[in-house]
Design a protein around this ligand. Structure first.
Ligand code: NG6
Ligand code: CA
Length: 502
C-alpha cells in the first residue's frame, strides 16, 4: 500500500520536473583572453571586479587550473571534447569559414549533459568551425554546428569578433539576414566589393593585421560582402549575449540546464558599451574587463532572483592568458597604469610559460561548496569526465581520452588534482607536482607584435614552480634526471595509444 502510494506520487511529480531538478544546473562562463592577474580576487589592484570576486567569496578559487592551450580554438576544442586538441590536426586558431572541428555525434560535454537530461545551450563565441567539409553556408542552413554536437540551443559569434562574418548565428541561421543581400565570405581571395580597411577611415586602427574588410568602421580578418542588416553592433555584443543567456535561464528554470556562455570580452576588438567607456581608467581593455564583470553580475543576480543559486554550479574561467596589443591600437599598452594582467606568472597568450594557460577558475555552488582556495592541478579538459561522473554517465575507453574525473576536486572535497598536465603553445610542456619541463624548440622565443615571451628555447627548461612560480630560474642543468623523468611522461601522454580509462 505504502509503496504503491509512493509510486503514484512519483508518477505525478516526475513529469513536473521536480525530481529532475535535483540535478544541479551548470553555468560555465568562459571569458576570452582574460589573464590570471586581471581580476581583483586574483590580486589585481588597479581594477575592481566585484561581481566575479563575489563568486570567489562564496566559492572555490583555484590557483592551478589550465586551459589546454594558449589560444582559443584548441582550448575550446579540448574543453568540449575531453581530448587534448593537439591530438587532432587543424585545431589551431581557425579562420571564420572553417568546417566544424568536432565530429557530430561524438561524446562531448554538452552531449553527455543532454543525454543525462539537461537542456543545453551555447551562447557567445564559438570559433570551432561550422558546416561540413565545404564550410558554412551563410545564406542557408548552417550545419553541422553546436546543435549537432549536443547543444539544444545556440546563439553564437561564429568565430571571433575580429573575423568575418560579423553576424550572430542562432541555431542554423544568420540572425536578421535579408535574403536579397546575401553574405559572401572569403579568407583566401580579396573580395573587391567588400569595404576595404583603410587606416584613414577606420574608427579603430590596426596595429597588426586586421586590415582586410572594414566592418562597423573596424578592420577585420577576412573579406565579407552583403549581410548588412545582420551585422552585429560591436558595442552591444555583451548586452545581446547576456540577454540571450538570461532568456535561456528563465525559459528553462524548472529543468536542469547547462549554459555555456562564452563571452566576447575581453578579446579584440575591444569595443565596450558606452556605459563602461572610461570607467576603468585603463582604456578599452580595462573597460572590457568591467563589462565582463557586469555580465557575471547579471547572470548571478538572475539566478538569485529565480532562487536557482543554491542548485547551480556556476564556473567562471578563461580560454587562455592575457595579451595587451593583439592587433589593434586601442591603447591597452599605454593605459596599463601598472596593472599586471598575468599576475605572478611569466608570458601571456600564445606562450608556453604558465601565463599562456594558467587562468582564473572559480566555482560557486552555495548549496554544496564552502569558501576556500584550492591549488589542485586541473585542466579544463577534465570538465567532461567530471560532469559525466556527476551524472553517472559511463565513459568508454575512447571517450574524452584526456579527461580525468576530478569531480571531488571541483566540489572542494579534496585538493588532490591531476598527477600531470600538458601545456601546449606550439611547443609542449609538462607539469608534474612542483616541476615543469618545457621541451626544446626551434620556434621564435619572443613575439614582437604582441610583446610576449613565448617560452621557446633551443635548450630544455626545467622550473620548480613551487619556489619559482615566475619561471625565471632554469634548473635543467642541475637536475638532468628530472628532465628525463618528465620527458618520459610527456612522451607517454603524447603517444596516440595513451588512454586514461580501460
Ligand atoms: C591572431 C590575431 C589576434 C586574435 C588571435 C586569435 C592578428 C594580427 N592577430 O591571429 O587578433 O584574433 O589570432 O585569438 O590577426 S583567440 O583568442 O581567438 O585564439
Ligand atoms: Ca582567447
Amino acid at each position: 500500500m505504502k509503496t504503491s502510494l509512493l509510486i503514484s506520487l512519483l508518477l505525478i511529480i516526475e513529469p513536473l520536473g521536480i525530481l529532475a531538478q535535483q540535478k544541479p544546473n551548470i553555468v560555465f562562463i568562459y571569458a576570452d583572453d582574460l589573464g590570471y592577474g586581471d581580476i581583483s580576487c586574483y590580486g589585481a589592484t588597479k581594477i575592481n571586479t566585484p561581481h566575479i570576486d563575489a563568486l570567489a567569496k562564496n566559492g572555490l578559487l583555484f590557483t592551478n587550473v589550465h586551459a589546454s592551450s594558449a589560444t582559443c580554438t584548441p582550448s575550446r576544442y579540448s574543453l568540449l571534447t575531453g581530448q587534448y586538441a593537439w591530438r587532432k590536426q587543424g585545431t589551431g586558431v581557425t579562420p571564420g569559414d572553417a568546417a566544424l572541428l568536432i565530429k557530430p555525434g561524438s561524446v562531448t560535454l554538452p552531449a553527455v549533459l543532454h543525454n543525462s537530461g539537461y537542456i543545453t545551450a551555447a551562447i557567445g563565441k564559438w570559433h570551432l568551425g561550422l558546416g561540413d567539409e565545404n564550410g558554412p553556408d551563410w545564406n542557408g542552413s548552417i550545419k553541422p554546428g553546436p546543435l549537432e554536437i549536443g547543444f539544444d540551443y545556440s546563439f553564437i559569434i561564429p568565430a571571433t569578433g575580429d573575423r568575418v562574418p560579423c553576424v550572430f548565428v542562432e541555431n542554423h541561421t544568420v540572425v536578421g539576414l535579408d535574403k536579397n543581400d546575401p553574405i559572401n565570405v572569403s579568407y583566401k581571395i580579396k573580395l573587391k566589393d567588400a569595404i576595404q580597411y583603410d587606416q584613414n577611415n577606420a574608427v579603430m586602427k590596426s596595429s597588426n593585421g586586421h586590415n582586410q574588410s572594414l566592418i562597423n568602421g573596424i578592420g577585420r580578418i577576412g573579406y565579407m560582402t552583403g549581410g548588412r542588416s545582420a551585422l552585429w553592433k560591436d558595442e552591444e555584443i555583451a548586452n545581446t549575449l547576456t540577454s540571450k543567456a538570461s532568456h535561456f535561464i528563465i525559459e528553462n528554470k524548472s529543468k536542469p540546464f547547462f549554459l555555456y556562455l562564452a563571452t566576447h570580452d575581453i578579446h579584440v576588438p575591444r569595443v565596450p558599451n558606452k556605459k563602461f567607456i572610461g570607467k576603468s581608467g585603463m582604456g578599452a581593455r580595462g573597460d572590457a574587463i568591467l563589462q565582463l564583470d557586469w555580465t557575471v553580475g547579471k547572470i548571478k543576480s538572475l539566478l538569485d532572483s529565480l532562487h536557482l543559486t543554491k542548485n547551480t554550479i556556476l564556473i567562471f574561467s578563461s580560454d587562455n592568458g592575457p595579451v595587451l596589443d593583439d592587433g589593434y591600437a586601442d591603447s591597452a599598452v599605454e593605459k596599463l597604469n601598472g596593472h599586471t594582467p598575468a599576475g605572478p606568472l611569466r608570458g601571456g597568450k600564445y606562450s608556453v610559460f604558465d601565463a599562456g594557460t594558467c587562468v582564473p577558475f572559480i566555482i560557486s555552488y552555495p548549496g554544496k561548496i564552502k569558501q576556500d582556495v584550492s591549488d589542485a592541478l586541473i585542466s579544463q579538459v577534465d570538465l567532461l569526465a567530471s560532469f559525466a561522473s556527476l551524472c553517472n554517465y559511463p565513459l568508454t575507453m575512447n571517450d574524452a581520452p584526456d579527461s580525468y574525473d576530478l569531480l571531488d576536486v571541483l566540489l572542494g572535497k579534496t585538493k588532490k588534482g591531476r598527477d600531470h598536465l600538458i601545456e601546449h603553445a606550439g611547443t609542449f610542456a609538462v607539469i608534474q607536482a612542483n616541476w615543469k619541463y618545457i621541451e626544446p624548440s626551434n620556434r621564435e622565443p619572443y613575439d614582437k607584435y604582441v610583446n610576449i615571451e613565448l617560452g621557446n628555447n633551443k635548450l630544455p627548461q626545467l622550473y620548480d614552480l613551487q619556489k619559482d612560480r615566475g619561471e625565471k630560474n632554469n634548473l635543467a642543468e642541475k637536475y638532468p634526471d628530472k628532465i628525463n623523468e618528465l620527458a618520459e611522461v610527456l612522451k607517454k601522454v603524447k603517444d596516440p595509444s595513451f588512454r586514461i580509462r580501460n
